[in-house]
Design a protein around this ligand. Sequence first.
Ligand SMILES: *Cc1c(COP(=O)(O)O)cnc(C)c1O
Length: 428
Amino acid sequence: MIYKRSSELFAEAEKVIPGGVNSPVRAFKAVGGTPIFVKSAKGAYLYDEDGNRLIDYINSWGPMILGHAYEPVVEAVIEKAKLGTSFGMPTELETQIAALAVSMVPNIDKIRFVNSGTEACMSAVRLARGFTKRDKIIKFAGCYHGHSDSFLIQAGSGAVTFGTPNSPGVTAGTAKDTLLAKYNDLENVATLIEANKNEIAAIIVEPVAGNMGCIPPAKGFLEGLRELCTANGILLIFDEVMTGFRLARGGVQELFNINADIVCFGKVIGGGLPVGAFAARAEIMNYLAPLGPVYQAGTLSGNPLAMAAGLAMLQALDTDRAIFKRLEEKTAYLGAGIERVLKANNVVFTINRIGSMISVHFDANPVTDFKSAAAGDNETFKKFFHGLVAEGIYIAPSAYETWFITDALTYEDLDFTIQAIDKVSKTF
Ligand SMILES: *Cc1c(COP(=O)(O)O)cnc(C)c1O
């Protein structure tokens, strides 16, 4: 494949945008080479500026669960845009999407919309601190909750790819209120709680981790967190920015039948437009301004185009009850195919998979936390990544990322991908 035009565009971009990208994960720092510039996308495919077609396994890092340029979403945005693109006043549309989200997700009464997953997590923590009148939070190494200051402590994916787990610019004062725990290690969490009695406002967790590859929770881990939180007056925050409206209609709370106190959303909930949200039972949500003392706001929050896209997306997921099963079957088929060809080619690997999330790690040991995720062989990953691009398949340019399966993928696409992986893994 030829990447002449992408290279030229990247050179131009680098002059006026730091690193040529508006989010570091888009750069090819971990794999080398030049980022591919996209011209358009439809269904399961990306079309780049050089005229290549790529099967897309990133899907805008999660949102495009029904494929690119999904017709009802596109139509909704076009129709709304004609009526004005932002008002800074309430619209009926906001209530419609809020009511639908509340009906789909267990254990929430109210939801507030923001503009990104980062904002959702940041606001959820502020709310938890205000509600509990405590300062500290516990987060897990390798979990990513957006780029706000309190979370940039061993933050997974992008932050790890670039070797800056603790970003300069985050003050020591902020960092000291974030306690770091090991994913899937309840004992570690219990010890931290014991050492900080009555000081911890919240535990924030990706209930299925997706930013150090895909790491499902160990049996009993989420249940254990729930018990520890309840016993110690701590709020449990599920960051479902990646898993919400993806792993089940009601997210991980529904999938594993565990109640969180606050849930964060992003990605799928916006249908590809900039949307985040956080939700909880009324008692907690009523703590927010203008009802309560915790301040949180946004000029473009609940933006009509974003809400129209999100509503069309949620309606599609709410109507088609077979979708999550179909996605899981496609992902299982892909996983089994990859396993078969990698084994045949004597590659050392581990595959993690749940629902429509899957990750391939080039290491023989089980990948259950940040440390084991980091043990993968990055040199092999680089060959894997560039080999797949050459075959017309696009996965994230970092070994720490999950692949997202979309409903637009056909079994032919999956077979094509498995054959390409067979071919590429012969060259390792
Ligand atoms: C993507 C992501 C975020 C951040 O969302 P943005 O919209 O990129 O700010 C937060 N938490 C998780 C689990 C994510 O995957």
